[in-house]
Ligand binder design. Structure first.
Ligand code: ADP
Length: 319
């Protein structure tokens, strides 16, 4: 079954902005799915419609088989949402926030208590259950929003920029938690600007740009469509003169470290040979971890021609 099935979804706001232009999108049950796109692409509008916060202009949305037009309550019961903005009641206590949320899904306080304990323990917040939300750190507030979204055991969890503004350690622990949740069977859809987050967590990705889904693939296939691959090369000796190689753009990062952007169809043996001919001996070589970011740039550059990538590859034909 599809966790989410969207057909011909259109949203025109009152001011005439066409935020979604006949979008089709399927997310299979059990998937970990990334929805990527530049600002203004239509991601929040799409999530708003799926979670019935925004009314659609036309089209159909089915959540685990439930049509939001004809079966809204059943559709809503399947979804947990973690919005982008922190929207906790600052003066309410952590435990109450989760228990109150359960009430919206028809759970009695008796039913909600053990479940609230479970999700708060999972998110490392049980010790804070008597604290008011205002006293929590930013990372804890984000975790509390996740705990709240899970109290009714949704089969589909939607997170809009879940790790925006949290430090790297908390981000990684949230990734771990979300990965385990997905392994246990919850379908997860994520929007994110941290592209390595999508690369690390997600099995499928859709790129939305200007109200249209312009790409929808398994993550691995996506990464293979890169125009260029960036490598970090460590050298035995300091590199004083950066060599010029066809099909590559080379930057010196440190005395003994180069960043090399290589065109995807370029033979790496030629790169090694070229570096060797320039007297550069290599200790190690690794992928730079911004492949998805480069891909994203390549796919959406038409929507913002002012952006420039970190490094562009010199065409083969150039002298
Ligand atoms: P994203 O989440 O990808 O940044 P949004 O869904 O927020 O994109 O926005 C898509 C487009 O719809 C943008 O052009 C935005 O300005 C417009 N938009 C979003 N919300 C509203 C609104 N309430 N009224 C009018 N236009 C809106």
């Amino acid at each position: 079954m599809q966790a989410l099935s969207i057909r011909n979804l259109v949203k025109v706001y009152g001011n005439g902005v066409q935020a979604l232009k006949s979008v089709d999108l399927d997310v299979a049950e059990g998937d970990f799915f990334a929805l990527l796109g530049p600002n203004g692409a239509g991601k929040t509008t799409m999530i708003g419609i799926i979670t019935s916060l925004v009314t659609k202009t036309s089209g159909t949305v089915r959540i685990l088989g439930h049509d939001i037009d004809t079966d809204l309550n059943a559709a809503k019961a399947c979804i947990g949402v973690v919005p982008q903005e922190i929207n906790l009641n600052s003066f309410d206590r952590v435990g109450n926030i989760v228990i109150n949320q359960a009430g919206f899904y028809g759970m009695s306080v008796r039913q909600a208590r053990p479940r609230a304990q479970q999700v708060l323990e999972q998110l490392d917040l049980w010790d804070r259950r008597h604290e008011i939300a205002r006293n929590l750190s930013g990372g804890m507030k984000r975790r509390l929003m996740i705990a709240r979204s899970l109290v009714h055991s949704p089969r589909l969890l939607i997170l809009d920029e879940p790790t925006a503004g949290v430090d790297i350690e908390i981000r990684r622990s949230m990734w771990q938690f979300l990965g385990a949740l997905n392994d246990a069977g919850t379908t997860i859809i994520l929007t994110t600007h941290y592209l390595e987050e999508a690369e690390c967590l997600c099995r499928h990705v859709a790129i939305i740009d200007n109200g249209e889904v312009i790409q929808h693939h398994p993550m691995d296939d996506f990464l293979r469509t890169l125009k260029q691959q960036n490598y970090i090369v460590s050298t035995v000796d300091p590199v004083n003169v950066v060599p010029v190689l066809d099909g590559c753009l080379i930057h010196r990062l440190k005395d003994r470290e180069l960043e090399i952007a290589v065109q995807r169809d370029h033979d790496l043996n030629d790169v090694f040979a070229g570096l060797g001919a320039a007297g550069i001996r290599i200790i190690s070589m690794r992928n730079k971890t911004n492949r998805l970011e480069e891909l994203f740039f390549n796919l959406t550059e038409r929507s913002d021609p002012g952006r420039t990538p970190d490094a562009t590859v010199r065409p083969e034909t150039e002298a």
